[in-house]
Design a binder for this molecule. Structure first.
Ligand code: PTJ
Length: 267
C-alpha cells in the first residue's frame, strides 16, 4: 500500500491547495520547534474553516479595516505589535517589516507559557531581521490587573505603556482587558463574531498571512499622509458596520457555494 505521511512537507506548487498546505506545515513545524503551542494547531484549523467561508480572499471591507488600522497606528503615540506563536510561525518576516515601517516594537506575549517558547519565537523573529523585541525578560514583566490568563504579564516598556495595541489572533479575555485599561485595540481574526472581534476598536476579518502584506502596502502608501487625512480615515471607519458586512460576505459566499454544490449534486 502506498502511504504518504508527508514528513518532509514537500507540497508540489501546482497542488490546488498549495498555499493552504504551505501555511499548515509552517504551523506544524512551528509546533515541533516550540514556536507554536499545541493548541495553536487547533486555532489554525478553526481559522482555516472561517477562511474557507470567506472564499480565502481579503474582502473589500477587510481592506477598509486595514486602511483604518494603519491610519490609527500612524496616529498613535506609542503603538505596539503583540506577537504570539501562530503569527511568528506563519509570517515572521512580514511582522518585522511592518514593525519597522510603522515604527512599532514587537512584543512576544503568549497565552500558553512553556519553557523555551519565548526563546524560540525570539530566534525566529531575529532570523527575520528584528532588532528590538520586547517581552523576553520574564523577570521584568508587570501585570495587567484585569486579566487572569498568562497574557496578563506584559512588558513595562511595551504593551503596558502603549496607547494602540495590534493583536493578531487574540483571545477574547485579553482584548476586553486591554480595552478596560484604555488601550485602542486592532485585531485580526477570521471569526467575525469572536469576542475579540466584537471588542476590538478595529477588527480585520482576514487571514493574517494576507493581512500583513496588505498592511505593509497601505503603510507605504500612507507614510507621508498628514494627520488630518489619517484622522478622517479613522473617523469614517465604523467597526459595527465592518462586522455586519463581514458576516454578510460569509452568508453570500455560502449561498453561492450551496448553489454551485447543487449543480454537481444532481439526482
Ligand atoms: O502562542 P500562544 O500561546 O499565545 O497561543 C496562540 C493561540 C492562537 C493558540 C491562542 O491565542 C488561542 O487559543 O487563540 P484562540 O482563542 O483559539 O483564538 C484564535 C482566533 O484566531 C480564532 O478566532 C481563529 O478563528 C483565529 N485565527 C486562526 N488562524 C488565523 C486566525 N485569524 C486570522 N488569521 C489566521 N491565520
Amino acid at each position: 500500500m502506498r502511504t504518504n505521511n508527508n514528513q518532509d512537507h514537500d507540497v508540489p506548487k501546482d497542488h490546488p491547495r498549495y498555499e493552504s498546505l504551505k501555511y499548515r506545515h509552517r504551523i506544524i513545524e512551528g509546533m515541533k520547534n516550540l514556536i507554536v503551542a499545541e493548541a495553536g494547531l487547533v486555532a489554525h484549523g478553526r481559522g482555516e474553516c472561517f477562511d474557507y467561508t470567506l472564499g480565502e480572499k481579503t474582502s473589500e471591507i477587510a481592506k477598509k479595516a486595514i486602511e483604518a488600522s494603519i491610519a490609527l497606528l500612524y496616529l498613535a503615540k506609542y503603538p505596539v505589535i503583540s506577537v504570539n506563536g501562530n503569527t511568528a510561525a506563519l509570517c515572521p518576516r512580514k511582522l518585522v517589516e511592518l514593525s519597522k515601517i510603522i515604527n512599532a516594537p514587537l512584543e512576544i506575549n503568549l497565552f500558553y507559557r512553556k519553557e523555551g517558547r519565548i526563546e524560540a519565537i525570539k530566534k525566529v523573529l531575529e532570523d527575520a531581521g528584528a532588532e528590538r523585541i520586547l517581552g523576553i525578560d520574564e523577570t521584568r514583566m508587570v501585570e495587567i490587573q484585569e486579566l487572569s490568563s498568562n497574557r496578563r504579564n506584559v512588558d513595562p516598556n511595551g504593551i503596558k505603556i502603549a496607547d494602540v495595541v495590534f493583536v493578531p489572533l487574540e483571545d477574547g479575555d485579553r482584548t476586553e482587558a486591554l480595552k478596560k485599561i484604555g488601550k485602542k485595540v486592532i485585531a485580526v481574526d477570521l471569526n467575525p463574531i469572536s469576542r475579540t472581534s466584537l471588542w476590538a476598536d478595529i477588527t480585520i476579518v482576514d487571514n493574517i498571512v494576507r493581512t500583513l502584506p496588505e498592511m505593509i502596502r497601505i503603510a507605504k502608501n500612507l507614510k507621508n499622509a498628514d494627520k488630518e487625512e489619517l484622522k478622517k480615515i479613522v473617523e469614517t471607519f465604523n467597526n459595527k458596520n465592518n462586522i455586519q458586512v463581514s458576516l454578510d460576505t460569509i452568508i453570500q459566499y455560502i449561498k453561492k457555494q450551496k448553489k454551485d454544490a447543487f449543480k454537481i449534486l444532481k439526482d
